[in-house]
Design a protein around this ligand. Sequence first.
Ligand SMILES: CC(C)(COP(=O)(O)OP(=O)(O)OC[C@H]1O[C@@H](n2cnc3c(N)ncnc32)[C@H](O)[C@@H]1OP(=O)(O)O)[C@@H](O)C(=O)NCCC(=O)NCCS
Length: 184
Amino acid sequence: MFAVPLTAPGSELRPLEPHHAVEYLAHIGRARENVDRFVPWAAGAADLDSARAQLQAYADKQAADTGRLFGIWLDGTLVGGVMFVGFDTSLGNCELGCWLEPAAQGRGLVTGGVRVLLEYALVERGLSRAEWYCGTDNARSRAVAQRVGMTLEGVQRSSFPHGGVRRDMEVWAVLADEWAAPQA
Ligand SMILES: CC(C)(COP(=O)(O)OP(=O)(O)OC[C@H]1O[C@@H](n2cnc3c(N)ncnc32)[C@H](O)[C@@H]1OP(=O)(O)O)[C@@H](O)C(=O)NCCC(=O)NCCS
């Protein structure tokens, strides 16, 4: 129900909700090492209670229209997701994020999911700007931003503490008219 097919065979995007907590925790167990290297997302789901709380936090954001969380299923298994980390209709801005377990990388799953979210934010909801933040050492995340037509706007130096060091963060963004242009 409420599934959007992605281009890779057997893949689809669906809302990821608190009732998925058991499935989500099992998936995060497979993804944890890959994700923890770059972002504190998997660390937020250390056990069933914290996994459910993480999903509930996004359910609360969705109810307030300030964020949304979607899972990516491949052949019926949850393998990753994409989200609106932030969604601000008063400013017309949103920020996207993503993650995958290692076996699901290299199939265009996140690029496809991000395109669905950009269409929703910049066309259906009429926002003006969608942002993407990634560490300067995160080549795969940077490649997603490039693939969907975002522009590198700059680097925030010493922006983000993770893994015991402060990381430099690249800021990527696409504006509504830039997103619409290639579709015309
Ligand atoms: C960031 C992350 C989600 C990217 O995963 P990914 O598999 O590289 O991204 P996609 O799912 O979009 O797949 C792109 C790959 O599939 C390939 N591909 C195959 N079919 C494709 C298609 N139809 N469309 C686009 N790419 C396709 C691309 O060539 C690319 O492979 P390559 O890098 O070997 O050239 C993943 O590395 C990850 O989870 N990292 C840890 C968490 C993280 O860093 N999150 C982001 C925080 S900013």
